[in-house]
Design a protein around this ligand. Structure first.
Ligand code: ZN
Length: 196
């Protein structure tokens, strides 16, 4: 799930106008960004699910810090606090919520591999509804998020430009189109496992 997170960010942008789109997009994948150095340091790992071929959604991800419930909350709070200093308290709160929304969207698709406490302390049950077992359904959910997000973004962009200014309107259309193309491209790369 990468494209779905971006679609969600575009949807939020449609009513959260003062927060820059890039900040929303960064926030929605921030848990995965923090995951990368931990993965390279072998602190968080990825394994293939038994009996799978390594295709889209066939991984078990032991992201026991970044994708633990409490770890994700802590990362979201830190991200939001920095954004609050940079922009405003409101933007900080919005971005913290978006960072944590990543965990909720991941919860839908991950096989039960997301712990509650960082490092899976206490060996509590791991969470995840496992929609990745049905790759086409998971990809459809991601595609829907991208389409709805791009549409809401386009509609909001239309509403903010005046009809007398065709060049601004063209720019609004172009940016919405780029959001759509970017989201679909990420989904195709993810689904075909060219990426990740
Ligand atoms: Zn993730």
């Amino acid at each position: 799930m990468i494209a779905g997170h971006f679609g969600f960010a575009a949807a939020i942008k449609s009513f959260e106008r003062q927060t820059p789109l890039w900040a929303l997009m960064l926030a929605c994948v921030w848990l995965d960004v923090v995951f990368v150095p931990l993965f390279l340091a072998h602190i968080e790992t990825i394994r293939g699910a038994p009996g799978t071929d390594g295709g889209y959604g066939t991984t078990i991800i032991y992201a026991d810090y970044t994708h633990s419930l409490c770890g994700a909350l802590a990362i979201a709070i830190v991200f939001g606090a920095i954004a609050a200093i940079w922009w405003s308290r409101r933007t900080g709160f919005v971005l913290a919520t978006i960072v944590f929304s990543h965990w909720l969207l991941d919860l839908l698709v991950h096989r039960a591999d997301m712990p509650i406490l960082p490092g899976n302390v206490g060996n509590l049950p791991r969470l995840g509804f496992g929609l990745w077992r049905y790759p086409v359904a998971a990809a459809a959910v991601e595609a829907a998020l991208v389409l709805v997000g791009a549409f809401l973004y386009w509609r909001a962009a239309q509403a903010t430009v005046s009809s007398e200014n065709p060049s601004l309107r063209r720019r609004a259309n172009l940016s919405a189109f780029l959001v759509l193309v970017f989201g679909i491209a990420v989904l195709v790369l993810d689904f075909t496992r060219i990426l990740g």
